[in-house]
Design a protein around this ligand. Sequence first.
Ligand code: J5X
Ligand code: AKG
Ligand code: FE2
Length: 344
Amino acid sequence: MNTLNEAYKAHPLHLGDIIPLDFSSYPSLPESHAWSQAIDENFSFNDPASSSIPVIDLMDPNATKLIGLACENWGAFHLKNHGIPLGVTQGVEEEVQRLFSLPTEQKLKALRSPSGATGYGIARISPFFSKCMWHEGFTIIGSPSHDAEKIWPDDFARFCDRMENYEKQMQIIAKRLTEMMCEVLKISEEKRKWIGASDISGALQLNFYPSCPEPNRAMGLAPHTDTSMFTILQTPSSGLQIFKEGKGWIPVHPHPEALIVHTGDFLHIMSNGRFCSPLHRVMLNENSKRYSMAYFYSPPIDYVVSPSVTKDLSSAARFRDVTVKEYIGIKAQKFADSLSFIST
Ligand SMILES: C=C1C[C@]23C[C@H]1CC[C@H]2[C@@]12CCC[C@@](C)(C(=O)O1)[C@H]2[C@@H]3C(=O)O
Ligand SMILES: O=C(O)CCC(=O)C(=O)O
Ligand SMILES: [Fe+2]
């Protein structure tokens, strides 16, 4: 049994909070998905040209330092020269499109169970919002064969091969990035041992946002921070926005052949608040659908996440120690208040 799966099992959802809408049958926006008020009242729209996250070349001799700066200032960056063959990415994108263009009843065969973490369904954060999101997802932890088999009983091998291969590639980059971030944060060798040792520390989320009849009144993915150390995102289209204090919502337009990396809650804790865990959301488009692949990387579930504080500085730990598993449980209950819940 997979470890991350275990952690989510303890926090079941209601079935009503899992089943996506059959979006193709709605020529206008249903009330259940109309967010107009929330968008008008709470969010400011930013001038798209005013700022954007940095682009970092993984081969740059200064990459470690630049990544540290980007995590401090933005909590996000584009990563180019990451070494993932274009064919691998294209193969995964093809499968994502093949999966989400299936009729709803076929996708529902792999519907996530209330106590499960993997399979087809809406975002886990949905119960925290009164309106529904214009989004469907498919979560993979380790091998997707158990879920893919339900959708394509005779023809699931290609999907699984491509996803597993992508997960392997993501893990290689994730380990490298983790070492670099630990370097910046001066995390001890003892606390880094898991990086080489663990082989499943990630979850792959396939996201699909159908074209939307009223994109300005709807929400692709509502504002949230990720329950990961960092997330590696791949998408061919715009729509993602990151909230930057003092600036507002910054659009993140994909950079050709680069990955988008952004920090999550665990790195915020480990860095004692130095790296932010940026609030982000996904906006929609009227004429085109959008998809993305997000790889969430975290330490193993029993790992104790603790702030790295150097003795010489007057920096007291801002958070108490928490295991990955315990924090996943806190996030399932407290959502946006989780970090303040563990602050000292
Ligand atoms: C490993 C993860 C990370 C999860 C939960 C679990 C599997 C699916 C991920 C997402 C994907 C969609 C946004 C999010 C906020 C959601 O609702 O499900 C993510 C969440 C988190 O970052 O907490
Ligand atoms: O689709 C995107 O660009 C972002 C997805 C996301 O935030 C997530 O899966 O947690
Ligand atoms: Fe996210």
